[in-house]
Design a binder for this molecule. Structure first.
Ligand code: DOR
Length: 429
């Protein structure tokens, strides 16, 4: 494998408290050396002057629709979208068709990831068979095949007793249970946030409490039975509940997604189905609370919840449309534009929430540039601006509410295990 030397870049590696001008030498797919002036005879040199050199991003929450819906996304297309967005590791959720609820499907994903993916793809398996919320999956066998966590994401796990047993099992293996917090009895039939706006535009609402009641339940269960990671936190009440439960010592982490700090429910005023997500976009107060939660460390990670859907699922009446938006190719630029630009987060905090923090939650030996680590690295031009054009996405789906947005920050290089996958902002594999 080629030797690479990345020179003159600003290297930010929160895991080793590094932020400075350094050279990075890559050999045999690993980080060999980082220093002020590194020599690498025979190495191919990449000049990173004016660029950020970061650990490859880790997305702990994406939907790749494989098996089952290759028209929406595949591991091949999803992993390419990820690479363009600066992600070198993506965890894919279990709500495929069939779901990832047994060892054979985990093996299928691991095999496909090896042959088709251009980044690292790691499966998250279902908590319950068929995501039906009743019978637990064979967690031990599933983990042996390579799953990294359990989640029924996309479906609410309504029974507290099942959640309790799942936590007891998962904690024996020290893997997190990722909770899609939604009380279906409250959300049922709704398609946007319940508010003055939902009344004004005549759409059935989902109260924020549908999320918050389950956050409350799961933080309480975590305290008694084992580690919980709360997915896609979207409301002020949820941020507050997590903050309080953490103070009480519950083994708890959580994530939010770029759409919850970039958009409010106003995005659906004109019935844009691309802004229809679950949990639904909320009000300004919620958006500000999410940003505060990111800032004070209540929210540990930023994940995409990349949820590709085709035109048939989206170009329909709002109430009929599928929930979800594609996020892999816009996430980092939204973080830079909406959080780092206005100084809500420092660059280091932002990088932390997209690299070492998700790695820590999942127990992955990734997300850092320490010598000896896998050479998963991205080079980002923080100054360059671009316009979101879904036509240019590598994803098979186009369901973004950010079309036409001017965003800051372009991923110029994505290097996965020492292999260049994106060069000058373009896929080369
Ligand atoms: O908006 C969403 N879409 N939220 C989820 O939890 C599931 C996802 C999907 O699979 O489409």
């Amino acid at each position: 494998m080629v030797k690479l030397l990345i020179k003159n870049g600003r290297v930010i590696d929160p895991a080793s408290r590094l932020d400075g001008m350094r050279d990075v030498l890559i050999e045999n797919g690993k980080i060999k050396k980082i220093g002020a002036r590194v020599r690498g005879s025979g190495a191919k040199v990449i000049d990173a002057k004016g660029l950020l050199v970061l650990p490859g991003l880790i997305d702990m929450h994406a939907h790749f629709r494989d098996p089952g819906r290759p028209d929406k996304e595949t591991i091949a297309s999803g992993s390419r979208a990820a690479a363009l967005g600066g992600f070198t590791t993506v965890c894919c959720m279990a709500n495929t068709e069939p779901p990832i609820d047994n060892p054979a499907v985990v093996k299928y994903i691991m095999d496909k990831a090896r042959t088709e993916a251009v980044i690292n793809v790691l499966p998250i398996a279902a908590v319950t068979k068929g995501l039906a919320g009743e019978q637990l999956t064979e967690m031990g066998l599933i983990l042996k095949e390579g799953a990294v966590a359990f989640s029924d994401d996309g479906q609410a796990l309504m029974r507290a007793d099942v959640m309790r047993r799942a936590l007891e099992y998962a904690s024996q293996f020290n893997v997190p249970l990722i909770s899609h917090t939604e009380d279906k009895t409250l959300s049922h039939g709704g398609s946007m946030n319940e508010s003055a706006l939902s009344t004004a535009i005549g759409l059935p609402g989902i109260p924020a409490l549908a999320e918050e009641i389950m956050v409350a339940r799961d933080t309480m269960l975590a305290k008694e039975y084992g580690r919980v990671h709360i997915a896609h936190v979207s409301s002020a009440g949820s941020v507050d509940l997590v903050r309080r439960a953490k103070r009480l010592g519950a083994p708890l982490t959580c994530e939010t997604c770029p759409h919850y700090f970039s958009l409010t429910e106003e995005a659906v005023r004109e019935y844009d189905t691309n802004a229809k997500v679950n949990p639904p976009l909320k009000g300004k107060r919620d958006l500000q609370a999410v940003i505060r939660g990111l800032k004070d460390g209540t929210i540990d990670a930023i994940a995409t919840d990349h949820a590709p859907h085709n035109i048939e699922a989206k170009e329909v009446e709002f109430n009929q449309a599928a929930f979800g938006l594609v996020g892999l190719e816009t996430a980092l630029s939204l973080v830079l534009t909406k959080l780092v630009g206005p100084k809500a987060l420092t660059l280091r905090q932002a990088v932390e929430k997209m690299t070492v923090n998700p790695a820590g939650i999942l127990g992955l030996n990734k997300g850092s540039l320490k010598p000896g680590a896998d050479a998963d690295i991205i080079l980002v031009d923080p100054k360059s601006e671009w316009t979101v054009e879904p036509k240019a996405f590598a994803s098979k789906s186009r369901n973004t509410p950010f079309t036409g947005w001017r965003l800051k920050g372009r991923v110029l290089y994505t290097i996965v295990g020492g292999r260049i996958v994106v060069r000058d902002g373009k896929l080369i594999v």
